[in-house]
Design a binder for this molecule. Sequence first.
Ligand SMILES: Cc1cc2nc3c(=O)[nH]c(=O)nc-3n(C[C@H](O)[C@H](O)[C@H](O)COP(=O)(O)OP(=O)(O)OC[C@H]3O[C@@H](n4cnc5c(N)ncnc54)[C@H](O)[C@@H]3O)c2cc1C
Length: 386
Amino acid sequence: MDDATYREWFPKVKDLIWNDLSQYVDQIEREGHIPHDEVIPKLAALGLYGCLVPESYGGLGLSVGQYVPVLIELSKMYAGLRGYLHAHVSASKLLEFATDEQKARIYPGVAKGEIQLAFALTEPDNGTGVDITTTARREGDVYFVSGRKHLISNCDIADYLMLVCYTDRSRGADGISVLMLPKEAPGFTWDPVGGLMGCKGAEHGRLNLDDAQVPAENLLGGVEGKGLAHALEALEESRVFIASTSLGTAERVLELSLDYATERVTFGKSISTRETVRSYLAEMATDIFALRSMLADAIAKLDRGERIPAEAAMCKQFGAEAVNRVTDRALLVHGGIGYTTQRDIERHYRDCRINMIEEGTPSIQKTVIARTFLDGYRFQDFGSQL
Ligand SMILES: Cc1cc2nc3c(=O)[nH]c(=O)nc-3n(C[C@H](O)[C@H](O)[C@H](O)COP(=O)(O)OP(=O)(O)OC[C@H]3O[C@@H](n4cnc5c(N)ncnc54)[C@H](O)[C@@H]3O)c2cc1C
């Protein structure tokens, strides 16, 4: 999207988030479900389902630097809705690896929100990566897929689930592919998982694949064996997106804490005059500044087309730790009332816990970071990036 159009568009997004979507927070918290019939047309009207879909296919074609502020703003308001949109938009990133025929078939509907997407990698009985056991066997023009997935966001409404599975187990990582599983595929059912700690609203179900039939034309990119590489490349951006959501939540709770510290009086003095409270606020702001700086660097590199496995994992990991610390400090600033649903701190505190888990746990992030440096990666001289 060109800069002039973006400058007109983004204030409309902020307006939608704060003056329209905010009406659903209490309902979603209470019921645990996003009212899709009402929310989808609102997001679609501003093209939000097509943030990463190229303009030539009817999308917004946002750069990473243009999309990140959307996630930040949504996270400031309500992480439940950002979780839902993030799952769709990040899955749409995988379509970059699709064939021209697949792009023409799917991108326009994805951009309009008429085709909803999910990404299905995690398994209940196995680790993530080469340890998965979901397997597809091809017979003629059909793949028959068997296995189990779980915690798959948006599985209730996804028209296509970007399913990571083996197409040739004998080839290890090079035998993993992504199949675009249609929701109506014979042999495919799902069950709700439910009962989330926070980030409520989207369904994160268990997929049952019993010889589920996927047309061979739905093999992403038309070539077997590229699935893990594609998923890992897409994950780089996605980890930066999670770090952005950490930033959004952290900035929001700092704002709420500054307000509360100023308004709350004990022993005749505002608590904002107390050294301990000031030190909490200072620590929160410092974490936020560090995360902003890391993200600025990572986003610039992504928008220059660079691969950044280490930086993406560092942003994701530091961001998750930072937002956990910041919400913890925010709770301390608020005292007891912060522990109740009368204040939004309670919700933000729960919601951001997912940022530690989503798109890989700390051990995965640290493995990626250490491996990248041990393989020879080094930062450029600091002066060259100023
Ligand atoms: C709300 C929500 C939404 C989600 N959405 C999706 C989605 O849309 N699509 C999807 O595919 N997944 C999704 N997930 C799953 C999520 O990506 C995984 O839960 C996460 O990656 C961790 O994997 P796991 O649950 O299998 O944990 P496990 O792998 O069981 O890890 C448990 C612990 O063991 C450690 N551990 C495991 N293996 C190793 C190892 N080899 N070395 C060292 N430590 C190890 C981990 O670091 C962690 O601390 C979602 C999860 C949640 C909660």
